[in-house]
Design a protein around this ligand. Structure first.
Ligand SMILES: [Zn+2]
Length: 477
């Protein structure tokens, strides 16, 4: 069989985190009763006029600058004409001729090394409404709450050659945009969506093969699988002497199979033309500089600073910065208690464990850094021991409780009254003659069991170190 190379380009749609829509003042809040976040503009009423939301433009510029794009200082909106019931105007306001950003790129790193993936352009556009098909028998319903929610579309160059590179690119893009605060970029919830353009060509060939576009990819796993599947499908066609048809395909992740949706339209099919209702946007040098100066610290810079500032392993720094939410949690809690290493341990250990157990992402963390810092203080001051701390942390994680108050109310303070401890130990010694004999006979390890029994008798509220000391003392008597 011939050797083939996969060529992949991505179109990534990102929902921007503005409070209001791109061309009207309606709320972008998710959910809400159908058609309640609407007005004449976003339901396409004749005579209504769009006005650009400045924040959309500034987010788009921020993403462009962070991905090394050039900013089009004279940029315009165009109408993309098509009929579909979720699109009340019968056109979508988008950008074709003068998109806000162009000619950028970001560096990715995979097993095969570092590589720059080019960004052809970033344009601003509005989202469509949502059709609901199966609630009533003979009709479909439409909800325009999402109509007019701002999107940016980031179009890469066809620079990726494997699923691994695609994932690395998406992950990098996601982190940049999250750090900028421009979107939460959740694939599962659709605030980040990736369409994959894929073609294959014989190794060494110059010309690109015919590409297909795959839609409906809502997890990194689905993207990987869809890429592998489509690569094989195209190679099989070519090997059988057939041709790849340029078309849009929909991936069904449950069936691990894609099917043709429609043959791919070209830009001219949409009869784009400049939107006459919107004035061109002129962007001054000063405005660009203002956006650049306001850029927050991005992940790459943060990683370097963590290595210099905090005494934590590189691996931990990598995990902590892999989500903006996690990095913010780490920095705030560490600043409060002044113990970065301990904060990192709680995040890398119990927090990640509980997130995994609850099938959650770091973005879903709901507890406050103050409470984590407070918990660390309670352990360090000897008020509670490590075992109790884990129990308290589970409550912080789930309900963001105030740990000091919780410990007080539940009576979880470590018993440091040696009288009570000695009493408990005496009972344990009396009840476990075999272990006592083992220990006295030289089996040092037997003391672990006796410590455990004492902790159990104290219902976990003792300092294991102190129990150990007292036990040894009393066993030596
Ligand atoms: Zn509206």
């Amino acid at each position: 069989m011939k050797q083939y190379e996969t060529v992949i380009g991505l179109e990534v749609h990102v929902e921007l985190a503005t409070k209001t829509k791109i061309f009207c003042g309606c709320s972008t809040a998710f959910g809400g009763a159908p058609n309640t976040h609407t007005c004449p503009v976003c339901t396409g009423m004749p005579g209504s006029l769009p006005v650009l939301n400045k924040q959309v433009l500034e987010y788009a510029m921020a993403v462009g600058l962070a991905t090394n794009c050039k900013i089009n200082q004279y940029c315009k909106f165009d109408r993309k004409n098509y009929f579909y019931p979720d699109n009340p105007q019968n056109y979508q306001i988008s950008q074709l001729y003068l998109p806000i950003c162009h000619d950028g790129g970001i560096e990715i790193e995979t097993e095969t090394g570092k590589k720059v993936i080019g960004i052809h352009e970033i344009h601003m556009e509005e989202d469509a409404g949502k059709l609901i098909h199966d609630e009533w028998e003979d009709c479909s319903l439409v909800d325009y709450n999402r109509s007019g929610v701002p999107l940016i579309e980031i179009v890469s160059e066809p620079d990726m050659r494997s699923a691994q590179e695609v994932i690395a690119y998406l992950d990098k893009l996601r982190l940049i945009i999250q750090y900028l605060g421009a979107s939460d970029c959740k694939l599962q919830e659709g605030s980040m969506r990736a369409d994959v353009n894929l073609s294959v060509r014989e190794m060494g060939a110059e010309a690109f093969g015919t590409r297909t576009e795959m839609k409906n990819l809502n997890s990194f796993r689905a993207i990987s699988r869809a890429i592998e599947n489509e690569r094989e499908r195209q190679i099989d066609l070519l090997e059988a002497g057939k041709q790849v048809v340029q078309e849009t395909r929909r991936w069904d992740d449950a069936k691990e199979y894609s099917y043709a949706m429609r043959s791919k339209e070209d830009a001219q099919d949409y009869r784009y033309f400049p939107d006459p209702d919107l004035v061109p946007v002129v962007i001054s040098d000063e405005w660009i500089e203002r956006i650049r100066a306001a850029q927050p610290e991005l992940r790459t810079e943060k990683l370097i600073r963590y290595r210099e500032e905090f005494d934590i392993p590189d691996y931990d720094a990598g995990i902590l910065t892999s989500s903006k939410k996690m990095a913010d949690m780490f920095e705030t809690a560490a600043a409060i208690c002044g113990k970065p290493k301990k904060v990192s341990n709680w995040l890398m250990g119990e927090t990640l464990r509980l997130l995994k157990e609850n099938n959650q992402e770091p973005e879903d963390m709901r507890f406050s850094p103050e409470h984590l810092a407070e918990l660390i203080e309670l352990v360090d001051s000897g008020t509670i021991n490590g075992g109790v701390a884990k129990e308290v942390f589970a409550e912080i994680f789930a309900h963001d409780i105030d740990p000091a108050r919780y410990v007080e109310e539940k009576g979880l303070k470590t018993v440091s009254d040696t009288g009570a401890l000695r009493e408990a130990i005496a009972e344990v010694i009396a009840a476990n003659p075999q272990s006592v004999a083992d220990y006295r006979g030289g089996k040092e390890k037997a003391i672990g069991f006796l410590v455990g029994q004492t902790m159990k008798a104290m219902r976990g509220k003792a300092d294991p170190g102190m129990v150990n000391r007292l036990l040894k003392e009393m066993l030596a008597e």
